[in-house]
Design a binder for this molecule. Structure first.
Ligand code: LRH
Ligand code: MN
Length: 426
């Protein structure tokens, strides 16, 4: 399904007047406060978030999975679905593939399809947390950290194969997340496991093309529940430094123990020039992979406040890879992703309204109340008219969820694909 631009234009017409009124009102207010509204709109337009190829169908837990009709059953259909989201939101012009879940059958045609929908190939993800049929070695007791040299070499070769696949698609980064760890005290030697992981990552790093980067994702637990080799930002940072200048840490928002100050981690990694990118989602307890901004929107805003500060003051840190990593157990996957994109854009737009110079002054003068007033003034600003304007200027929907339903997207996908298609992924 391709969204008909005429139908979208007609659907927008109903909301054009109220959008224009709220945009003009907010524009005047921000102008009076000295903000460069046009510059903020441009930043929002340039801000593109990659959609995970593994989150376009219904997710599930060990307690069950409720299928969603009209799911994509091929990579082509997944790219089409990302095209639908991108047409409506104009902020998801990239896809992050997970290998082997989404190996292209025909590289040429998949590149042409993605290009026709203005979708780029962002980071490719390796998978050494599941055994593949016919694989010689098992990852039951680890992959890059396994005490078995043969298992480590198999995992290293898989990562080199993933780089090769990404290279054919125009991707420029590899994301490595390891499930490696242990379930019981005494099961593994922490030092040996980390040493194996470091030397294995160095072997993969040697296979990186010059203009590529390696993103090392950390996670405190699951699927191992006693120890995880790359458990926190410090370990990922250490390994990235050990590998070299093309290696960075990847921050998955759900990979932190409760009440961890993630915005502080983000600011430190940026200051050290080692923040490579994000997996955006939200969570209440564990790695819940819920809709971005659905549980802790203020925390997301504080993270973007550090990102805006870092993007202004840390030229040593590269451009970041913006990606979503979520799982949809009860919502329509496409609507869930659209809501996540809106929350990300909203947090970014609010953070762009923070008067960083005034904040710095107040911090220097220990004027704690003013520090909070400056942050919360930005956070309390309803920035939705700015995001609507950025979308509208690019030919998108003023209200993407409304348009998704008014244009009967799910009904059309079910007609085209039927009710029994299942997407690969989590
Ligand atoms: C691990 C993770 C990782 C992916 C997987 C799908 O929890 O966040 O980024 O490989 O989810
Ligand atoms: Mn992730």
């Amino acid at each position: 399904m391709i969204i008909n631009k005429e139908h979208l234009f007609e659907d927008n017409k109903k909301d054009l007047k109220s959008h224009k009124e709220s945009f003009d009102f907010l524009g005047l207010k921000l102008d009076n406060e000295g903000h460069d509204v046009a510059k903020i709109i441009t930043k929002l337009k340039d801000f593109q978030v990659a959609i995970p190829s593994w989150a376009l169908g219904a997710g599930g837990t060990r307690f069950g999975r409720y299928s969603f009709y009209g799911e994509p059953s091929s990579l082509d259909q997944k790219i089409e679905d990302i095209g639908i989201i991108h047409t409506l939101t104009q902020t998801s012009g990239a896809v992050s593939l997970h290998i082997p879940w989404d190996i292209p059958e025909d590289f040429k045609s998949i590149k042409e399809l993605a290009c026709s929908l203005n979708i780029k190939f962002d980071a490719v993800n390796s998978n050494t947390f599941q055994d593949q049929k016919g694989a010689k070695e098992s990852y039951k007791f680890g992959s890059l950290s396994n005490t078995s040299k043969a298992a480590r070499e198999q995992a290293i070769q898989h990562n080199l194969d993933v780089i090769n696949i990404g290279n054919k698609l125009g991707s420029k980064s590899l994301t490595v997340w390891l499930a490696d760890g242990s379930n019981f005290p005494g099961q593994s030697n922490f030092q040996t496991a980390l040493q194996h992981t470091e030397s294995s990552l160095k072997s993969i790093y040697k296979g990186l093309p010059d203009d590529w980067s390696m993103l090392i994702e950390y996670k405190p637990y699951e699927p191992n529940f006693y120890s995880t080799v790359i458990q926190d930002w410090g370990t990922s940072f250490m390994l990235a430094n050990a590998c070299g200048e093309k290696a960075y840490s990847l921050v998955d928002l759900g990979h932190h123990l409760p009440n961890t100050n993630i915005e502080q981690i983000v600011s430190i990694l940026m200051m050290k020039g080692k923040l490579g990118g994000f997996h955006f989602n939200d969570s209440k307890y564990g790695d819940d992979d819920l809709t971005v901004g659905s549980i802790k929107p203020y925390s997301l805003f504080l993270i973007f406040n550090e990102l805006v500060y870092g993007m202004r003051n840390n030229p040593q840190n590269p451009n970041l890879a913006w990606m979503i990593d979520a799982s949809h157990n009860i919502k329509d996957p496409l609507e869930d992703l659209i809501q996540s994109l809106e929350s990300i854009q909203e947090a970014y737009a609010k953070a762009l309204l923070v008067d960083q110079d005034a904040l710095k002054d107040a911090q220097m003068n220990h004027d704690v109340v003013t520090c909070q007033e400056i942050l919360q003034a930005a956070y309390r600003t309803d920035v939705r008219p700015l995001i609507e304007k950025a979308r509208l200027d690019l030919g998108g929907a003023i209200h993407p969820i409304k348009a998704f339903r008014n244009l009967k997207v799910r009904e059309t996908l079910i007609k085209e694909r039927g009710k029994n298609t299942v997407a690969t992924g989590l």
